[in-house]
Design a protein around this ligand. Structure first.
Ligand code: ADP
Ligand code: ADP
Length: 225
């Protein structure tokens, strides 16, 4: 089997059940939005897929391989959070190329890849800028470029646009969708924002109180909750 398969997943914090028996399939190359109100378990589910939170029950598989058998650092998933957590004292190029440098990619190859990534996120020519001089939207573009640098097959995004203003959020959501499509990256995008989910996703999974109520393409979902 291919893609991401979540089966009967349960995540607990003490006596709180944050994820209560979730089943979910995400096809390779698909972008799925996890949509629901704050506290419904979206982040916990995403973090469990990333291996950052243990499953109390159930399983997560990628390409038919149970992730319990794959160490977190070997999962080759990209992660992007609300605050991209850039290295404030490094320039844009160093931020984007950081993982490539750690992985031992040669300088000339790294520079070419960083240029390519900056082009992809609409920041060509920004390499030598200080990240502290960037707008919030530009910073998240840099964080996206950094997350895509190692060519992850699956990118997990937790409210990556939530710190930005509404007009920018919708524009970036549409751009993000194009970037994921262009790079063939499978995406799981957590958001509480209906419009954002509709702009970014092939399918939307509506979550409430730790369970998934419905999974459907945006055009088939009922009106905004
Ligand atoms: P969402 O991402 O939809 O806002 P979360 O997954 O963050 O939801 O939270 C789901 C539930 O689990 C909430 O009741 C939240 O308070 C609780 N929760 C999340 N993280 C923790 C934690 N580290 N310790 C205890 N409870 C947590
Ligand atoms: P999100 O909804 O995006 O997870 P939160 O503000 O709810 O954002 O959570 C931020 C951090 O606090 C996360 O690491 C989460 O696991 C943790 N957290 C959330 N709810 C609780 C809780 N009830 N008790 C302890 N930690 C929590």
């Amino acid at each position: 089997s291919r893609g991401l398969e979540v089966r009967d997943a349960v995540v607990r914090y003490g006596t709180t059940t944050a994820v209560d028996g979730v089943n979910l399939d995400v096809a390779e190359g698909e972008v799925l939005a996890l949509l629901g109100p704050s506290g419904c378990g979206k982040s916990s589910l995403l973090r469990a897929v990333a291996g950052l939170e243990p499953l109390a029950d159930g399983s997560v598989a990628w390409h038919g391989r149970d992730l319990a058998a794959v160490p977190v650092h070997r999962r080759a998933f990209g992660l992007l959070f609300q605050d991209g957590q850039l290295f404030a004292h490094a320039d844009v190029a160093s931020n984007v190329g950081y993982g490539l440098r750690v992985a031992g990619v040669r300088r000339t190859d790294r520079e070419a890849r960083v240029d390519e990534l900056l082009g992809l996120v609409g920041l060509s020519g920004y390499g030598s800028r200080a990240v502290t001089a960037l707008s919030g939207g530009e910073r998240q573009r840099v964080a996206l470029a950094r997350a895509l640098a190692p060519r992850p097959r699956l990118l997990l995004l937790d409210e990556p646009l939530s710190a930005l203003d509404r007009a920018l959020r919708e524009r970036l959501a549409a751009e993000l969708r194009e970037i994921l499509t262009a790079t063939g990256t499978t995406g799981v995008f957590v958001t509480h924002d209906h419009d954002e989910a509709f702009a970014v996703a092939d399918r939307v999974a509506v979550m409430d109180a730790g369970t998934i109520l419905q999974v459907a393409p945006p055009e088939e979902l009922w009106a905004a909750p």
